[in-house]
Write a protein that binds this ligand. Structure first.
Ligand SMILES: [Mg+2]
Length: 275
């Protein structure tokens, strides 16, 4: 073979191998190529992330002010219902830990250990908003799907108390270990209270109908309710976990695997320019 032909053949062989090499490089070093990296860099450093919490709580406060002004003497007392994790409490510390461990999917076992360490911090504006509610006679209910077994309630109470939230007691904290359906508890609370707004980082914190594994259906259900956002539903940002993950993978806590990393890549390239 002539030298130039040899070079050409080798170049073609290399070019053919490149996509495979590229893909391997993508998944070979978890310390650098980690699914959580961009989302967590945003959560840990972006003023925009924190501003969205202030925006959410400012809107929630406005809703409370309007409801208080319109309340009649004979109407039910006012209340707000809030999710806990990534709504009132932030777990950046936990997600950062996962990255340092080379993990790029949520891990239940380490999450349970982390929760017990009481390291969550209040989200920006949460404490001020909850105190505003309580000092204006508006009840605050905490509704969470946490599950750390028998210790769930105690750990949640410790976490909420550690950041100084008000009304942290058995009457105001509802833990749903068996199901993520929050509607029954919402209905129960609505029997005694006029609920001003629901606060959450997951559409399922508002209504069960959003609990779908179909991305398009979830999107269209949300669009049907568009007028409720910023009114009945106050939504906070969460790019690392929630049922949007379930809609992609079919489960909320997908296992760490290259198959799941490919599913994530497919989701990220649903629309992709291919000039
Ligand atoms: Mg949450």
């Amino acid at each position: 073979m002539r030298e130039s032909v040899k070079v050409l053949v080798i170049s073609m062989a290399l070019a053919a191998a490149m996509p495979a090499l590229g893909q391997n490089a993508l998944i070979s070093d978890r310390n650098i190529e980690n699914n959580l990296m961009m989302a967590m860099a945003w959560k840990q450093t972006a003023a925009e992330f924190r501003a969205l919490y202030h925006q959410g709580f400012n809107i929630a406060r406005m809703r409370v002010e309007i409801a208080s002004a319109q309340k009649r003497d004979d109407s039910l007392p006012l209340a707000i219902i809030s999710d806990v994790d990534e709504t009132l409490l932030l777990a950046n510390d936990y997600w950062g830990y996962l990255i340092t461990q080379g993990q790029d999917f949520f891990d239940d076992a380490s999450w349970d250990r982390w929760v017990a360490q009481n390291r969550a911090v209040a989200s920006p504006g949460a404490l001020e908003f909850l105190n505003f509610c309580v000092s204006n006679g508006v009840e605050v209910f905490y509704v969470t799907n946490r599950d750390q077994g028998e210790t769930t309630v105690q750990l949640a109470i410790e976490n909420l108390n550690a950041v100084g939230f008000p009304s942290v007691d058995a009457a105001h904290l509802r833990v749903l270990r068996e199901s993520s359906n929050k509607e029954l508890v919402q209905q129960e609370i609505r029997e005694d209270y006029d609920v001003v707004a629901l606060l959450g980082d997951n559409l399922n914190d508002f209504a069960r109908r959003y609990y779908s594994t179909d991305v398009e259906q979830r999107m269209s259900l949300m669009e049907q309710d568009r007028d409720r956002y910023g009114r009945d539903y106050i939504l906070f940002p969460n790019p690392t976990d929630g049922h949007w993950i379930r809609a992609i993978f079919g489960e909320s806590e997908p296992l760490e695997s290259d198959a799941n990393r490919r599913i994530l890549r497919d989701a990220a390239t649903r629309a992709a320019w291919a000039p």
